[in-house]
Design a protein around this ligand. Structure first.
Ligand code: PAF
Length: 520
């Protein structure tokens, strides 16, 4: 591992680096929470694309208010270098203040974090802190030019603010939050824990313990907690445990908007003073496991990426397309006219439609006791599925069934009306699309791979545009992008990049702490 202290050397190193660069900014005094971040930063999607990890150590004066611990912040560059090297970092960048801010702190361009993001949690009690964080991270990103920035979820407000900064400035870097690492006694790792004497440390343990207890009570469905009592009781219990409370607040995780009662994915966060240390921690409240809705036009690659995304995050993949196909198979096998609603409706009575997994993880579909996993892929079913799926009786029956399957959450569903009709309260809604030209190009490649004749591209484009028009203008469940969906245009992105973009969007809303990554 190289240790660099000058910006010039860093820029030089970056120019010659060909691998993706993953960046972990720190203020030093590295502990095993940092070690975990650095190790995770070193993981690439494939062994061949292993990234180079850059770690910075810089105690940033801009983010400390007068009277805070800037002058005594723990420093241990040689220990930091040993830990970063052991965790797999390629480069440690440790500039001085004069090196990073050559024109001095007074003459520096400084960023201003939007008011709403600073008016809560630590922003309220540490005015100016997040402006300092945003300014230094923007400066570091400009120098390191990483592909991926890794930050701990423990500083959730910092993570939300830096995600906004990256998105609003259009910086070409993905931001990844990683679950809070805790010591075996439950205390979240922090460089400031070193300020605690033994008995202060045992007092401090009340912070994670009380937050976890409140989460368990919320999960157990204690109705009285679903109000401001949650905050008041947490505060009271922290005080009774001998901690001086700076704040206890309940906010929406993704936006930091203050909440009167838990809603969606919420964060119950607290800061306390314990001896010389100010400690922060939070717990995530979720009434049910997360639901992700992925909609989009035909040919956008939804099913391939949704399946892989589900596997990556340990979510159940609800293949609504397979359900419509199974009903189509049933209608055809019963000799019903797929175009006649009054012939189809009676066939939906007492429908027993099941999705499950075989021993190899493959999807199994059965309808009314018939195993139809392969039969639903036949050309006959393919030719009739959009006709059958357009009947309102079919949409209603399957929507009801999909909603029942989603009751316990923990799933991702893909289709045309998942975010608008099936799961309108999904935690993440994505509209996955690609331009007509791109979808035509992919379709041509597919046909060629399967050994079919490939029509001219303009003909394929016309067919796709026609299908889009039909899907968007049909009466029953037209293809629509939900108002609160994120549009993801996959032109120019490989499958892995689309999956990663979905994972990053999911993680903006659902912290790892609340829904752990199965591979982590
Ligand atoms: O979280 C930290 O250690 C700091 O706020 C950061 C992101 C390194 C900026 O100084």
């Amino acid at each position: 591992m190289q240790l660099i202290t000058s910006c010039r050397e860093l820029v030089h190193w970056r120019r010659s680096c060909r691998a993706p660069v993953h960046f972990v900014p720190t203020m030093g005094a590295l502990h095993h929470g940092h070690r975990r971040l650095i190790e995770r930063a070193g993981l690439g999607p494939t062994a061949a694309s292993a990234p180079q990890v850059v770690v910075s150590v810089f105690v940033n004066p801009l983010q400390f208010a007068p009277g805070e611990d800037f002058d005594c912040y723990p420093a241990s560059l040689s220990l930091d270098a040993a830990l970063a090297a052991a965790a797999g970092a390629a480069l440690l960048f440790a500039p001085s203040v004069a090196e990073l801010y050559p024109s001095g702190v007074e003459e520096l361009f400084q960023l201003q974090v939007p008011k709403a993001l600073q008016a809560v949690l630590c922003g309220r009690s540490r005015p100016g802190h997040f402006n300092g964080v945003a300014t230094v991270v923007a400066r570091l990103l400009g120098l390191v030019r990483p592909d991926r920035l890794l930050l701990g979820e423990k500083d959730w407000q910092q993570l939300v603010i830096l995600r906004r900064l990256v998105s609003e400035l259009g910086l070409p870097v993905a931001v990844q939050g990683c679950a809070t690492v805790r010591d075996s006694d439950g205390l979240a790792t922090s460089s400031r824990n070193s300020y605690l004497q033994a008995e202060q440390r045992s007092l401090a343990l009340a912070l994670p313990r009380i937050l976890a207890a409140m989460r368990r009570r919320f999960e157990a469905g204690e109705a009285a907690l679903a109000s401001h009592n949650l905050v008041a009781e947490t505060r009271q219990r922290l005080e009774s445990a001998g901690l001086m409370v700076d704040y206890v607040e309940l906010v929406q995780a993704a936006t930091l908007l203050p909440l009167a009662a838990p809603h969606g994915v919420s964060l119950l966060a607290a800061a306390v003073f314990c001896g010389p240390a100010r400690l922060i921690d939070h717990t995530v409240l979720m009434a049910s496991a997360p639901i992700v809705a992925i909609d989009g036009p035909a040919g956008a690659g939804k099913s391939t990426v949704t399946r892989a995304f589900a596997r990556r995050l340990g979510l159940i993949y609800l293949d609504t397309g397979a359900m419509y196909r199974a009903v189509t198979w049933w209608v055809l096998s019963q000799g019903g006219d797929p175009a006649a609603a009054d012939a189809v409706a009676p066939l939906l009575e007492n429908l027993d439609l099941r999705l499950s997994h075989g021993p190899e993880g493959e999807q199994l579909v059965s309808i009314n006791g018939h195993e139809v996993s392969s039969a639903i892929r036949s050309p006959e079913v393919t030719a009739q599925v959009s006709v059958v799926a357009a009947h309102s009786c079919v949409r209603q029956a399957l929507t009801r069934q999909q909603q029942a399957m989603g009751e316990r959450g923990g799933l991702v569903a893909e289709g045309r009306d998942i975010g608008t009709a099936v799961f309108p309260a999904a935690d993440l809604k994505v509209f996955l699309t690609a331009t007509v030209a791109e979808r035509a190009r992919r379709r041509a490649l597919d046909l060629e791979r399967q050994g079919f004749a490939v029509p001219p591209l303009d003909e394929l484009e016309a067919q796709i545009a026609e299908r889009d028009h039909r899907d968007a203008s049909r009466e029953q469940s037209p293809l629509l992008m939900a108002d609160d969906a994120v549009e993801l245009v996959s032109d120019g992105l490989g499958i892995e990049a689309v999956i990663q973009a979905l994972v990053d969007l999911f993680r903006e809303r659902v912290p790892e702490e609340a829904w752990p990554d199965p591979a982590a």
